[in-house]
Design a protein around this ligand. Sequence first.
Ligand code: NAD
Length: 254
Amino acid sequence: MTSIEIVADAVVRAEKMVLFTGAGASTESGIPDFRSPRGIWTQTDPRQLTYQKFLASEEGRERFWDFSRRIWPLIAGARPNPGHYAAAELHRAGKLECVITQNIDGLYQKAGIPGERVLEVHGSARRVTCLECGAPYRREDIQRRLENGEKVPRCRCGGLVKSATVSFGQPMPMELIREAERRVVDCGLLLVAGSSLSVYPAARIPLTARQRGAMLVIVNLTPTPHDRIADVVIRGRVGEVLPQIVAGTKAGLA
Ligand code: NAD
């Protein structure tokens, strides 16, 4: 049996599967990841975009919003790729408990997976909220303000507004991480797609699943620290491998 066939067979047999994804699941939609040779960190220094720098000075906030203004059109215009659609097909077949994603781009929802089945553990770039009063803003409206020359948008209450993403140094939404861990404790199969598995605490989630007896499958272009405990590792593109897995399950899911 090929690796694809082994995983397709596991999908068919699993009562409950969870997809855990990272930036690599969206590179084929034109959104660069962080750590690849042409990743975002080759052009932008992440140390300049920490939460602490955002809070500390107007200069830090200007840098944050300048980066956000430049990256937003990529995210807003991105379309789901065949990997996202393959996940949506697993959802429609009743196979997918949920997607736990580190991505902030909303592409699983765009592909048709209901929002309550997508746990965005690093937040979403599609929302902006006030750090003082919690008022929500549409990201599109903030983009218009930035493009009209506002350098650091503020809330009506005078507070700082920020994209609802978890920046470096920003506290994690631990309740959501705990919810994600609850969802994987009794899943039969956890499939990682396009993550370097190097960002914690999110990267702990596949470990938890494996320790609780789930089969662990990793689809990634480059090695990850969890490869040695995975049952199957497939080196390939998410947008190619996931549709192949779904095609392999077709007979069993019909
Ligand atoms: P990462 O950048 O650390 O790693 C991405 C991994 O995906 C790499 O190991 C790379 O080899 C692999 N990869 C790239 N393209 C691939 C493809 N087509 N198929 C298979 N593998 C591919 O990303 P991460 O592990 O998700 O974690 C870092 C952080 O990046 C997260 O916190 C996330 O919030 C943030 N991020 C999100 C987006 C997005 O929302 N699309 C984009 C950039 C960064």
